[in-house]
Design a binder for this molecule. Structure first.
Ligand code: ADP
Ligand code: MG
Length: 598
């Protein structure tokens, strides 16, 4: 009797593989574009119809294939890219499985046209649903064209898994955008249902490419980044400190130029921005991480969207420490930058050119070098920035007035700023207290007539237990019999007459929240909050000098963007945004004149 085990015909094996390699139209697009990139294309045209279900066509001007290679390319596991298993570990090209073309051809009507530069004519291969290829000569310019139509026409089960045209199209658009951003040196065009979605020439750097593809506004909030850390190359564009999004959708990561989903990189980004974004906001990034090929395993999944690093902890800490340092220097710098570049009143004698301590923000990339503009961190020393030249107060933001009866309105050279005074005060106090907690030298003031404080039994026990904590933030409090305490000294920031109510309220809050005495951080946040709220009560909104002093102190903080709880201390409406909304031309005073209009 014949055995039960038979070898699957290639056509069946291909269809099965197709289920993995090309689960949906976007995977076809990705495989074809990666082949074009591997073939050294300088220009790639992508076209698709009906979410890619009806048609995907990719045309490149790469090296092309000989007729023999073209026929081979449709054989399962035929690849020109690796020869042995070890090669997988140092794979420099995108493809290597030799699975894509035969898989795609087995589930579609497939046409491959290809011509090597030196050949006089091209080769055309037609495959219908995995049947034997038909080979013909054809006329064409050098390069390769692949046309995939009627995807899954012979596999109804898979057809059902495709989503609506719009959904599939959205995936294709995003994939093409990311591939284009990863390869600024290659010209790309994308055509959906006969309409051009984008067309971008070769770009000198990624910033320009992102602007071409995602638009000017996306670039406005991004800063170029580049560093090397522990053998790891990190570059790309990341959001300015303080600028976040409500979803993770704009957190885009690449490893060795492949768009990837990497929990590790997402985590590193979110953690690094932790201090610079309010809770619930996510960073924006086009983050490119390049590691030696042996350090990353792209073989985890056939569609290769997930990657696995060999040395995860090392990579995580290298990315995080570099990013954190970058963000710290950026946040200091952007606030310094908020100062008028020119003195408000021009001095009689022109000032000698200022040493370029604070370079102009590279919002518009001035340089057209073929690389990224150098990271800002490199243009000045890592230590604290030298302080800006002294100028009459207010030297940073100009106070304009009160908004909503309680917010401060300021003007900076970059735009309009609305300050929340309570959040600002909270940040200032929080940093002062944290600093004095570290130095153990708390600026404190003795009470002339030490007030007595009587507490309910529970609160009294709690305060008795926490005398040390109170001491660490500047309160000297002595037990004075049953449920009684004497307040001997208080922190410098507290008004004398506030001493009793403040301590009482703080004890109550600590009890309500069940904070433990050694739980310093949350307790400090609480103290800062209470103090800020109290300070705000006495804050006269009409007092210009008070506002100016507040902002000045705020901007000297280590992290002025958020209060201790993670709420923003101010929001900024940038001039570019305002001008855009008002349809004004930037910097043109006469934009309202008749000849300025359309
Ligand atoms: P892989 O990319 O994993 O090698 P594919 O099935 O995607 O496998 O492609 C098979 C082979 O066909 C490739 O190794 C390459 O030699 C050739 N090939 C595919 N697409 C192109 C192209 N656009 N230009 C030149 N050669 C190509
Ligand atoms: Mg391939």
């Amino acid at each position: 009797m014949a055995g039960k085990i038979v070898k699957l015909p290639d056509s069946v094996a291909n269809q099965i593989a197709a289920g993995e390699v090309v689960e949906r139209p976007v995977a076809v697009v990705k495989e074809l574009v990666e082949n074009s990139l591997d073939a050294g294309a300088r220009s790639i045209e992508i076209q698709f119809e009906q979410g890619g279900k009806a048609l995907v066509r990719v045309l490149d001007d790469g090296v092309g294939m000989s007729p023999e290679d073209a026929a081979m390319a449709l054989q399962r596991h035929a690849t020109s890219k690796i020869r042995q298993v070890e090669d997988i570990l140092r794979i420099g090209s995108f493809g290597f499985r030799g699975e894509a073309l035969p898989s795609i051809a087995s589930v579609s009507r497939f046409v491959l046209r290809t011509r090597q530069r030196e050949a006089s004519e091209g080769t055309e291969l037609k495959v219908d649903g995995g049947r034997e290829p038909v080979l013909n000569a054809c006329g064409m310019s050098p390069g390769t064209e692949v046309i995939v139509s009627h995807l899954f026409h012979n596999v109804p089960a898979r057809r059902k898994f495709m989503k609506t045209d719009r959904t599939e199209a959205a995936h294709i658009l995003q994939m093409c955008r990311l591939l284009a951003v990863a390869h600024p040196e290659v010209a790309f065009s994308l055509i959906e249902d006969g309409h051009e979605v984008f067309r971008t020439p070769a770009c000198p750097d990624r910033l320009q490419r992102v602007r071409e593809i995602f638009g000017r506004r996306r670039v406005e909030d991004l800063l170029p980044l580049e560093f090397e850390n522990d053998g790891l190359q990190v570059s790309g564009l990341v959001g300015r400190p303080g600028v976040g999004r409500s979803t993770r959708a704009e957190m885009i990561t690449f490893v060795n130029k492949r768009p990837v989903d990497s929990r590790l990189l997402n985590y590193a980004l979110i953690e690094s921005y932790h201090r610079y974004l309010p809770r619930g906001r996510y960073p924006m990034a086009f983050l490119f991480v390049d590691v030696p090929d042996g350090e990353v395993d792209v073989n985890v999944h056939p569609t290769k969207r997930e990657v696995r690093f060999r040395a995860e902890p090392r990579i995580r800490s290298a990315v995080m420490s570099g990013l954190t340092e970058f963000l710290a220097s950026q946040s200091r710098q952007s606030l310094r930058q908020a100062e008028p570049v020119e003195p408000v009143e021009k001095p009689a004698t022109p000032e000698p050119p200022r040493p370029s301590v604070v370079p102009q923000q590279p919002r518009q990339p001035a340089s057209r070098t073929d690389k990224f503009p150098k990271a800002l961190t490199e243009s000045f020393p890592k230590a604290e920035l030298p302080s800006p030249p002294a100028r009459p107060s207010p030297d940073v933001w100009r106070y304009c007035g009160i908004f909503q009866g309680r917010l401060g309105l300021f003007e900076s050279p970059d735009g309009l700023i609305v300050v929340n005074p309570v959040a600002a005060r909270e940040r200032i106090l929080f940093e002062q207290m944290s600093a004095s907690l570290k130095q153990e030298s708390i600026p404190s003031q003795p009470m002339l007539i030490p007030p007595m404080l009587e507490l309910a039994p529970l609160e009294a026990t709690l305060l008795g237990d926490q005398v040390d904590f109170f001491a660490s933030i500047g309160f000297t409090i002595e037990p004075f019999g049953r449920h009684l305490f004497r307040i001997r000294s208080i922190p410098a920031w507290l008004e004398a007459e506030q001493a009793e109510p403040f301590v009482e309220e703080l004890v109550n809050r600590i009890r309500e929240r069940g904070l433990r005495p050694d739980d310093k951080q949350p307790a400090l946040i609480l103290v800062a909050r209470l103090a800020a709220i109290r300070a705000a009560r006495g804050f006269s909104p009409k007092e210009q000098s008070g506002w100016e002093a507040l902002v000045k102190e705020l901007l000297q903080c280590e992290n002025p963007l958020l209060d201790a709880r993670g709420r923003p201390t101010f929001v900024e409406q940038r001039n570019s945004e305002i001008n855009r909304k008002l349809m004004l031309q930037p910097g043109r005073a006469d934009s309202d004149s008749l000849d300025g209009g359309a």
